[in-house]
Design a protein. Sequence first.
Length: 241
Amino acid sequence: MAARTRNAKKAGPEGAPSFELRPLRPRFARPDHLGLRAAEYAILARLDTPAKIQAFLNAIPINHEIGGETVLSVREVLRQRRAHCIEGAMVAAAALWIHGEPPLVLHLDCDISDYPHVITLFRRSGAWGAISKTNGAPLRYRDPIYRTLRELALSYFHEYSNRRGHKTLRSYSLPFDLRRIDPSEWVTASKSCWSTHDRLAALRHYPLISKRQERLLAKRDKFERKASRLVEYPRPAKVEA
């Protein structure tokens, strides 16, 4: 996720930011609900299963944020053909909404030494699964087999680590339904969607481990750290002027 979140501090209940929320919109998102052009809408309409959405996100190169930190809207991801986690999560949420599923996203927060992550949720037969855009292998798609959101979040725990091998995942948020905010904020915005990012970071989060358990965590070993450096889309080499 964007580096801006690395040093973000959680506000307490009294100091939490206040955001306006809209009534839930219709179950199925039509082009006029999202504000997308016909060609843009058609791309997402073809993604009628979570697996197809995940495959589409995997095929989009990672957003290395070469020109600076971004939170690209759905339209900008489709136009620029690049995305990192929250950007991919919004694309997945829009595709689910088009097909009558709630566009739910979940924020995973971590130790200050690492970066938070955002995933898109879906349910099948009462069990949770997740769609996830990431450049490495571990933090990707989750099959819909998890009975609770806590179980789902914990499935990311072991591999969620910083470069020194410390396991850094600490908490998960309540699900957030993106129908509660205007699509102009996250679907069609031409500028980075920092307000959407800030909404998710400010959600109530639930701890995954205690302070005592945190002290007992073992570092990932040398082989695991080496494996974690494998990426799908390497950062491009600097071009000499």
